[in-house]
Design a protein around this ligand. Structure first.
Ligand code: 6PG
Length: 244
C-alpha cells in the first residue's frame, strides 16, 4: 500500500495523471493493452481534466485504451448525476478514444437490465472469467463506501456477478457497481480522496482496517493499492503510517 499526500487538489491531480500514464505505459509494454475503470463523484474531476492536456493527451496511445466505470448512478448519460457525463466532459471528449472503447454503464436502463448488459459487455471484451483490470480508480465516501459498495448494501455480498445493480437505502437510489470480486482482481488500484470529511474514513480503512467500511475490503490479490490524498483527507493518519 503506497500512500502519498498532496498539498492541493491540483497537485493530487498532477500526480494521479502521471500515475495513470505510468500504469498505461507499463500495461502497453507488457500486454499491448490498457483497460482502466474510472471512478465517479467530484474528486476525480481535476485528474480527468489534467489527463486531457499535454503530455498525457499525446503520449498515451488513446485509440487502444478501453475505458470502463467502477460505478454509475442509475440516471441517463446526460444527467448531471452521471459519472459517464462527468468523465466525457472533463476528459473523454478531448481524447481520440474510439466510441467502441468507451464502455459506459447504461444508467438509463432498469437497474438489473443495465447490470446484465454491463456483464455481457465486459465478457465480450475480456472473455469469460474474472478480468484483471490494469487500473481501477476508486473514491471513498465518508461512510467508507467505494465505487457504489455502500455499508450494508446487497452488492457487498454479491458473489455471482462482476457488475451489480445495488439499491442504496441511505440515498433511496439504485446504483451500478463493480463488485469486490472484480475490484480485487485488478493489477492496480488507485484511491483518490480529498477533503476533511473523509479523514475519519481514511483512517478507518488504512490504519484500523475496519471491516465495517467497504473500502477495507479492497485487497487486490494480484495487484497493489495506491492512495493519493490531500492533506485534509490524510489529517487523521499517524506519522508512522505516513512514514514521516
Ligand atoms: C460515485 C462514486 C463514489 C465516490 C465517493 C467519493 O458514484 O459517487 O463513485 O464512490 O467515489 O462517493 O465521492 P467524492 O469524490 O465526490 O467525494
Amino acid at each position: 500500500m503506497k500512500i502519498q499526500v498532496f498539498e492541493s487538489i491540483e497537485a493530487l491531480a498532477e500526480a494521479s495523471a502521471k500515475f495513470i500514464a505510468e500504469q498505461a505505459k507499463a500495461a502497453f509494454a507488457e500486454r499491448g493493452q490498457f483497460d482502466i475503470a474510472l471512478s465517479g463523484g467530484s474528486t476525480p474531476r481535476a485528474t480527468y481534466s489534467r489527463m486531457a492536456l499535454g503530455p498525457f493527451s499525446n503520449t498515451i496511445p488513446w485509440p487502444r485504451v478501453h475505458v470502463f466505470w467502477s460505478d454509475e448512478r442509475c440516471a441517463p448519460p446526460e444527467s448531471p448525476e452521471s459519472n459517464y457525463r462527468m468523465a466525457r466532459e472533463t476528459m473523454l471528449q478531448h481524447l481520440p478514444i474510439p466510441e467502441a472503447n468507451i464502455h459506459r454503464l447504461q444508467g438509463e436502463l432498469p437497474p438489473q437490465e443495465a447490470a446484465t448488459q454491463a456483464n455481457r459487455e465486459l465478457a465480450a471484451h475480456s472473455g469469460e472469467g474474472i478480468p484483471s483490470f490494469d487500473l481501477i480508480l476508486l473514491g471513498l465516501g465518508e461512510d467508507g463506501h467505494t465505487a457504489s459498495l455502500f455499508p450494508g448494501s446487497a452488492a457487498l455480498k454479491q458473489s455471482n456477478e462482476l457488475i451489480s445493480a445495488n439499491y442504496v437505502t441511505k440515498l433511496d437510489a439504485w446504483r451500478l457497481t463493480f463488485t469486490s470480486a472484480l475490484i480485487n482482481a485488478a493489477r492496480q488500484i488507485l484511491f483518490m480522496v480529498s477533503g476533511e470529511s473523509k479523514a475519519e474514513a481514511v483512517k478507518g480503512v488504512i490504519e484500523e482496517r475496519d471491516p465495517a467500511l467497504p473500502a477495507t475490503g479492497v485487497q487486490p490479490a494480484p495487484g497493489n493499492v495506491a492512495w493519493h490524498l490531500d492533506q485534509a483527507a490524510a489529517s487523521r493518519l499517524s506519522r508512522q503510517t505516513l512514514g514521516d
